[in-house]
Design a protein. Sequence first.
Length: 373
Amino acid sequence: MDILLVEDSRTSVLMVQSLLDEDPTENYRLTVAGTVSEARECLGNHEYELILLDLTLPDSSGLSTVDSIFEVAKGTGIVVLTSTSDEKIGLAALQHGAQDFLIKDETYRKVLLRAVKYARQRAISEREVREARELAEFATKSKSSFIANLSHELRTPLNAVIGFSELMLNDLAGELQAKQREYIDDIHKSGQYLHGLIGTVLDLSKIEADRLEVSEDFISIADVIDEVVERTGVAYTDAEVKLIANVQTSLPVLKGDPTKVRQIITNIVTNAVKYSPDGGDVNIGVRLSDGGEMLVEIKDQGIGIPKDDITKILMPFERTQVSKDRQIEGTGLGLPLTKGLVEAHGGAINIESDVGVGTVVTVSFPASRLISL
Ligand SMILES: Nc1ncnc2c1ncn2[C@@H]1O[C@H](COP(=O)(O)OP(=O)(O)O)[C@@H](O)[C@H]1O
Ligand SMILES: [Mg+2]
């Protein structure tokens, strides 16, 4: 085990050396540096498993000694050695990055070896944690590229299903009988649904792997909301829900990815309509917060979300019991994707809800993304 001993007193050096020699189970290689600058040089040239650091040296004393060594230690554990009167400094050293401190009194002989062994054990545990984290990151990346390839492979045949069914619906392959039209319409809709689902899964995996790209265009939030209201109105013609948008035109321009911002608003508005099966209004408003953020608020009078479920439904595939009992169709992917898209813009999503009363979902975009005209 390679140890760097930073110590200017020859007696102390001999003492440490003799204590280490008493341990038959380990081969300690001790490098001695008499000053901080010498120690920094040693740390630049070689990797040590532990640094034993006396605080009072010819070119530095007290906590600044810890600071200058910690700066170049690259994660190597530091055990501070202090004289008897310095217990307070020893404690302060821990706050400056040291892992442990030893007081040079009569107990020193007993504790030094133990402290050295602990330090090594800590170094091993830290390495294991680091390796586990790296492995997990690698796994996420592999999963993400697996999903990207799979999505591509699934979309190719799906485009044929969608394209040809569309072609047949337009009577380009001869006139259809009523039953045929009904079935092919079903095939077409299912194909489009799957296409959307694959896109969602792909985006979610990109978000998880931190690979989602966000463009920086100028967006009129009022236009986006108008468009979403119109499309949702068309998609949910049977719903007894009134969509009311109340958006000033004088709002600042939002800098962001138009497709993604549209998707954010669409997902939340679609939920508001879908989870208001008994009718009611859905109100969409935009305002600026005191801190200058843009707040988009979507408020419904639907089934509501139990308080305990609010965190849960932001996770993939999670849905509330209320919506399942009512047999409202869904995958549970909309909100996690929306959250990821909002966060990719540096924003946040907030949900407030009462069961049977309704839900307010607020998306905030940071002031740094707004441009006042
Ligand atoms: N406006 C809302 N009112 C009531 N419940 C909601 C609302 N929005 C979301 N939820 C609940 O959150 C769950 C997750 O939403 P989401 O991720 O969009 O998935 P999906 O709509 O496909 O079920 C829904 O299944 C529903 O239980
Ligand atoms: Mg949804």
